[in-house]
Design a protein around this ligand. Structure first.
Ligand code: BES
Ligand code: MG
Ligand code: ZN
Length: 494
C-alpha cells in the first residue's frame, strides 16, 4: 500500500488528497513551496489570513479548485518547529487517518519534508506515519442487523520524500499498528463468542500464520502438572480451561528466552465473591493481557527479531456453579505453594500463578506478564498509564522505555518488604490471594511474583488501559490493544 516517490515534481501529484504540515513560524518547506507556487501562492495567502488550524494536531481541508491534480489539501498543524513529541505526531496523523476514512479517500500523498521540522528523526516520523494510519483505521465489529463493515477505501499511500527507506520504516510502523488492532479485535469479542476454547483457536490461527511452535494444555494435563490454581478458577465454568503456549525461536545461538504471559479470562463474573451487576458486562475484556501478548506475537511473527520468545496464556472463565471454588478454599499451585482463596474475584493472580510458573519451567530467562488485574490500578492511574510491579529494576526500566517509544506509558509501583508480608497473612496457606484494599495493585502484582522464582520479571496491570469508554484519533471506544506494540518493541530492542 505504501510507496515513496523521490525527485518528484508537482505535476506528478495525482492523488485525491495531499497532506502537508504547517508550523507556527517560518518558511514553507521546499515541498510545500512547490505546491504553493502551483497554486498561485494561495497557501501563502491562507497563511496570511490565519486560515490554518491553530490547535496542535488539528487538521483542516480545502479544495485546490483545479490548480493541482489533487482535489483537496489537508493541512495539519504541528506547533513550533523543533518541539514536536512523537505522541503528538501520532495523534495528529491519527486525525488525518480518521478524516481520510470519513471522506472515503482511496489515494493520498504526503508531502514528507513538511513533517520533518519537529526535531524527530526521519525514521521516527516514518514509523509513526505507519503506526497512526493503522491504528486510526481500526473499526470495532458490531453485531447489529445492519452490518457495520466499512469498506477500506484507502488503497494507496504515496510519500513524497527524497530520503530512501522512508516507506520501509512506515511499513514497519504499520505492522506495529496492525498488531495492536489484532489485540483490539480479540478483546472486543463478547464472552459468549470468545471462550477459552475460542481463544486457543484464535491463537492457533496466529501461530500457523507465522509458523510458531504451538501447543495447548488441556485440563487433564494441567491436573498432572499440578496446576491447581488455574483449575480451581475454571471449576465454576462449563468451559474447559486452556493453557495456550507458543514459541518463536529467532536466535538459536542465544539462551535468552523472553516469556510474555497474558491473563486470558474470557469472562470474569467474580465467582462466589460476585461482582455487582452494573458493570459486570465490561468483564468480557478480562483477557486484555492475552490480547496484548497475542498482538505482540503477531508483530514479532511479521518482523522476525533475532530473539527467542515464549508466549503463555492461561485461559478460563470465572463463574459460579455447584463445583465453583469458594472463599476459604485452599489451592496448591504448580510450584507447590498453597493459596487461601479469600476472594474468588481475585482470580487473575491465581491463573497467572500457574501461568508464570509454567513459563519458567519451559525455560523463560526473563518474563513479562500482562493482566487486567485490579480495579485498584484504575483508581491509582486511571486509563492513561499502565501500572507495573517488578523484581528487577533494570528490566523494568527497559520496559518503561519501550512504553515511552510507543506512547503507552508505564509506571512502576513500589514493592518493599511490608507489601510482600501482606501476602503472608493466611493461617492455613502460604499465601492469601486477597489481603485487602490497601495497596491492592501492588499486592496483586507481588502475588504473581511469588511464582517466578528468581527470574527477572515485570508485571503490567492494564486494568485501566486495555479498554476505554472514549475513543481518540487512534481508535474508537473499547479495546485499545495496549501493550501489544510496547512488548514487540521491547523484544526488538533488547
Ligand atoms: N478483572 C478484575 C480487575 C478489573 C477491574 C479489570 C476493573 C478491569 C477493570 C479482577 O479479576 C478483579 O476482580 N480484581 C479484584 C481483586 C480484589 C477482589 C482483591 C478487584 O480489583 O476488585
Ligand atoms: Mg476478578
Ligand atoms: Zn479478572
Amino acid at each position: 500500500m505504501f510507496k515513496e516517490k523521490a525527485q518528484w515534481n508537482v505535476g506528478q501529484l495525482d492523488e485525491e488528497v495531499l497532506v502537508l504540515a504547517v508550523w507556527s513560524k517560518g518558511e514553507f518547506t521546499q515541498g510545500v513551496q512547490a505546491i504553493d507556487r502551483e497554486m498561485n501562492e494561495q497557501l501563502t495567502e491562507l497563511s496570511k489570513q490565519k486560515a490554518f488550524p491553530i490547535k496542535k494536531g488539528e487538521c483542516i481541508d480545502f479544495f485546490t479548485l483545479g490548480t493541482l491534480g489533487a482535489k483537496k489539501i489537508y493541512a495539519v498543524y504541528l506547533g513550533k518547529q523543533g518541539e514536536l513529541h512523537k505522541d503528538e505526531l501520532r495523534h495528529a496523523l491519527g486525525n488525518v487517518g480518521l478524516k481520510l476514512k470519513k471522506e472515503k479517500v482511496g489515494q493520498v500523498g504526503f508531502v514528507v519534508d513538511s513533517f520533518l521540522q519537529g526535531g524527530l528523526s526521519t525514521d521516527e516520523v516514518a514509523f509513526t506515519f505507519g503506526e497512526a494510519l493503522a491504528l486510526s483505521s481500526y473499526d470495532k465489529v458490531t453485531y447489529k442487523e445492519k452490518s457495520n463493515e466499512v469498506k477500506k477505501n484507502l488503497s494507496a499511500v504515496s510519500f513524497y520524500v527524497d530520503e530512501e527507506g522512508f516507506t520501509k520504516q512506515a511499513e514497519l510502523g504499520y505492522t506495529y499498528g496492525e498488531g495492536a488492532n489484532t489485540a483490539r479485535r480479540l478483546v472486543n469479542i463478547p464472552g459468549n463468542l470468545l471462550t477459552p476454547t475460542d481463544l486457543a483457536h484464535e491463537a492457533k490461527i496466529l501461530a500457523e500464520k507465522h509458523g510458531f511452535d504451538f501447543h495447548v494444555l488441556e485440563e487433564d494435563e494441567m491436573e498432572s502438572l499440578g496446576m491447581g490454581a488455574l483449575l480451581a478458577v475454571s471449576q465454576g465454568s462449563d468451559q474447559e480451561a486452556k493453557m495456550i503456549v507458543m514459541r518463536y525461536n529467532g536466535n538459536k545461538d542465544s539462551k535468552e528466552v523472553t516469556a510474555l504471559v497474558g491473563k486470558g479470562l474470557t469472562f470474569d463474573a467474580g465467582g462466589y465473591s460476585l461482582k455487582p451487576a452494573a458493570n459486570m458486562h465490561t468483564m468480557k475484556t478480562d483477557m486484555g493481557g492475552a490480547g496484548a501478548v497475542l498482538g505482540a506475537m503477531d508483530i514479532i511473527g511479521q518482523t522476525k527479531p533475532k530473539h527467542n520468545v515464549l508466549c503463555v496464556i492461561p485461559s478460563s472463565e470465572n463463574l459460579i456453579n455447584g463445583s465453583a471454588m469458594k472463599p476459604g478454599d485452599v489451592l496448591r499451585a504448580m510450584n507447590g505453594k498453597t493459596i487461601e482463596v479469600r476472594n474468588t474475584d481475585a482470580e487473575g493472580r491465581l491463573i497467572l500463578a500457574d501461568g508464570v510458573a509454567y513459563a519458567v519451567q519451559l525455560g523463560a530467562t526473563r518474563l513479562i506478564d500482562v493482566a487486567t488485574l485490579t480495579g485498584a490500578c484504575v483508581v491509582a492511574l486511571g486509563h492513561e498509564t499502565t501500572g507495573a510491579v517488578t523484581n528487577d529494576t533494570e528490566l523494568m526500566e527497559r520496559v518503561r522505555r519501550a512504553g515511552e517509544e510507543t506512547g503507552e506509558p508505564v509506571w512502576a509501583f513500589p514493592n518493599s518488604q511490608p507489601y510482600k508480608d501482606m501476602l503472608k497473612t493466611s493461617d492455613v496457606a502460604d499465601l492469601n490471594n486477597a489481603p485487602g484494599r490497601a495497596g491492592g495493585s501492588i499486592t496483586a502484582g507481588l502475588f504473581i511474583g511469588e511464582f517466578v522464582g528468581t527470574t527477572p520479571w515485570v508485571h503490567l496491570d492494564v486494568a485501566g488501559t486495555a479498554s476505554k469508554d472514549k475513543g481518540s484519533s487512534l481508535g474508537p471506544a473499547g479495546a485499545t490493544g495496549i501493550m501489544a506494540r510496547t512488548l514487540a518493541w521491547f523484544v526488538a530492542h533488547s
